[in-house]
Design a protein around this ligand. Sequence first.
Ligand code: PEP
Ligand code: MG
Length: 595
Amino acid sequence: MISTETGSEQRFYGIAASPGICIGKAYLVNREGVQVVQKYELSPDEISHETSRFRAAVKKADDELNAVIANTSEELKQNSAILEAHKVLLKDKLLYGKVLSTIESEQVNAEWALKKVVTEINAIFSRMTDAYFRERADDINHVADRILRNLIGGQHKSIGTIDKRVILVARDLSPADTSQIQLERIKGFITDKGGRTSHTSIIARTLEIPAVLGLHDATRNIRNDDIVIVDGTAGVVIVHPTEQTLLTYEERREHYEGYKAQIRRRSHLPAETRDGVHVRILGNIELTEEVVSVLDHGGDGIGLYRTEFQYMNRKEFPDEFELYDKYRDVVEVMGEKPVTIRTLDINGDKAVAFTPENHESNPALGLRAIRYCLKKPDIFKTQLRAILRAAAHGNVRVLFPMISGVEEIVAARRLLDEAALELSRADVPHNRDIPVGIMVEVPSAVIMADALVRQVDFFSIGTNDLIQYTMAIDRGNQNVAHLFHPLHPALIRMVHRVTQIGLEAGIGVDMCGEMAADPLHVPLLLGLGLTELSMAPASIPAIKRMVRLVSAADGQALLQDILRLEKVRDVVHLVDETYGQLVAQKVYGDMGSAR
Ligand code: PEP
Ligand code: MG
């Protein structure tokens, strides 16, 4: 980790993964990774074992409390009164009874049932104004943490049980870990591994948690409870800050929050360039709940719904109804606005625990995404039927990931037809007439774009993987993160080819990779002819603002200049020189370290 030191203060420089500033105490998670509260579905014959396991964990908690009380000195007797109260709470109907009934009725593991019940209790208590009740909620949380520790073996602490506002420091966080982060408990995070387009970063941006990744050895240099500043915009982590640094960053933090509030107020206006080109700005989501965030940030629809997260933290594949139910929720909330549902993109770095195929030595080049789905037509068709059913409720588009050639899209479309036929035969309401698109994220798809264009209604350019596969750069590897550049002339030429072919043929072309989320790239993307961009919801307001500041004609001129350049450095320099100041001043305003 690159670092500088002033007095006791240490600064570390990593990858600016998710913007914003936070200040707090470090919380180191297990070196081998994070043990999170995972959800498992149980078969009926496993339920009684699970309820016994829960009872045993409660009994153990009771024994622990008895031991603590027995060892409490006379002067601290008041403390043991609290512990006595905790003992009563252990068996409280609201907690104990409810967890047992949740295990039974929902057929889920004890940890998950406990987490669910405690979340519900907290929601009820948080609505109460009386301080007495709010304190009871704290007591219940303490008791629940103790039971949970016993359930998961005590050595690990799960992200879900962290009970103070902390900055998480981890070697790595898997997408499954990050998807469990509870916003109100985590201020920010720092990891040794990961790049800007790793899924950890993507989720951090979606959750709007400041994050600095790829620090190599943060877990060795930072200790529990160290005071830490995370500047996720500049990619800087400051440990043991001086008084002066704290003051400066507190000011910057307030400034940034003010900027966010201000930019958000204007985010509902349409994005139109100075020369009248309307650009549709959509949101990328991972979890159903994020759909609200897209609307809040002024998104014109969902350009990428990554569906794989619904397959994580469980023992089996979800069934058609469960998927349909989730998709329908999203589609109904969005109303007329488009919802682009991307079919399952596992394994790669989003491995599903119950698939044996996840032990590939090189998963990014393995049985991933469409390849996996074509090998498992039953799993695939279950999802396709759910999508077609949800399509009856709104404006749905289906998007196939990792298409590398014509055969794959033909095969995928055939399965989509079969899924529709099955629904028709069973008389299940659905909508067969939906736009079909492919992610263009594998170099062979760019080369074959002239043929692929005849098979689809739209192309969606995924720059995260397109860069990874074109330049041979593992998107999650911090050692090569400095080479991962969207302004590489090779990438620009590829995007140029795809947009030209798509637009000439009259199909839709959009970009949903991270390249679309940087205001500096907007003029170039407009010059390439893109009028639909999709990104993490939090990035929408800044991109809309940038669109309003520039003209498509200037973008075209910039593109022509860029196409004459051969080096990344020259392209970066030209873009920065032409638009850097505008972005710094008019998009981000004076945000101190922000840019
Ligand atoms: C991409 O590859 O650019 C993309 C948007 O998909 P994902 O990040 O989910 O691989
Ligand atoms: Mg991809």
